[in-house]
Design a protein around this ligand. Structure first.
Ligand code: ADE
Length: 241
């Protein structure tokens, strides 16, 4: 599938320092070097106006924790993405456990975006008016609760970066990624051929590429059946890739 090159990502967070080493490392660093992705990280506190640079406040109605205030958040999004109405090009995503759950298909869809703005929620939540006024969609990386959207934003960035054309060492590997076909990959081996009495399966050393393909497809099918029956397409079992 063709994915548009040159995606721009803006991250809005109260922990900008968390992103530095991540953005320089490995896949994302390579994608940035190649000009496939450009990431800018913004400190939400830059849009506060009080001496204490306050970004949160107690919830109306009481209860534990703090809620992110609407003013700095909406102003930050508008500064990097423009106003939501009437029309804006950027796609503004709030990372939150209430969002639509991320999967490979959603990543592929996000990777088509020209300009993505990732808003990292913190505390107990975000004032609902800020979400309505500034956010296009909410995304969750899974049914568990983290302290904030920073790690989820990194998950999105890494998942997108590896889909961009020319980013992976092997240009085909994003295309044949097992998750794209609803399958988990089977086991992988590298040298040495024998490690602590455990041998690499003979077929992988046979040089018979068709046999290797069949073996891998079968292993992937078995693993999917055992671990993720919800992903198993059944009829496809044993299909060569
Ligand atoms: N913030 C806290 N938990 C989260 C999750 N599971 N996904 C996205 N953002 C979050």
């Amino acid at each position: 599938m063709a994915v548009s090159a040159g995606i721009r990502v803006d991250v809005i967070t109260i922990f900008p320092d968390l992103f530095g080493p991540f953005l320089d490392a490995a896949m994302v660093g390579i994608a940035a070097e190649k000009g496939a992705i450009e990431v800018a990280v913004h400190d939400l506190r830059a849009w506060t106006r009080d001496r204490h640079r306050t970004v949160d406040d107690a919830p109306y109605g009481g209860g534990p924790g703090m809620v992110m205030k609407p003013e700095p958040l909406v102003e930050a999004v508008e500064a990097v993405a423009g106003a939501k109405q009437p029309e804006r090009r950027a796609r503004v995503v709030l990372l939150s456990p209430q969002g639509r759950r991320l999967d490979q298909r959603a990543l592929e869809d996000l990777a088509q975006t020209e300009h993505l703005v990732l808003v990292c929620g913190r505390y107990e939540g975000v004032d609902q008016r800020a979400i309505e006024l500034a956010v296009d969609e909410e995304v969750s990386i899974g049914d568990y609760v983290l302290s904030g959207g920073e790690v989820p934003a990194m998950v999105l960035i890494e998942g997108i970066a590896r889909l961009l054309p020319g980013v992976l060492g092997n240009p085909a590997s994003a295309e044949t990624d097992s998750f794209r076909e609803g399958l988990l990959e089977g086991p992988q081996y590298t040298r040495p051929a024998i490690f602590r009495d455990r041998e690499v399966p003979e077929v992988l050393r046979s040089g018979d590429h068709a046999a290797v393909d069949r073996w891998r497809a079968e292993q992937a099918r078995k693993r999917t059946q055992q671990r993720r029956p919800d992903l198993d397409s059944g009829a496809r079992g044993g299909q060569e890739r």
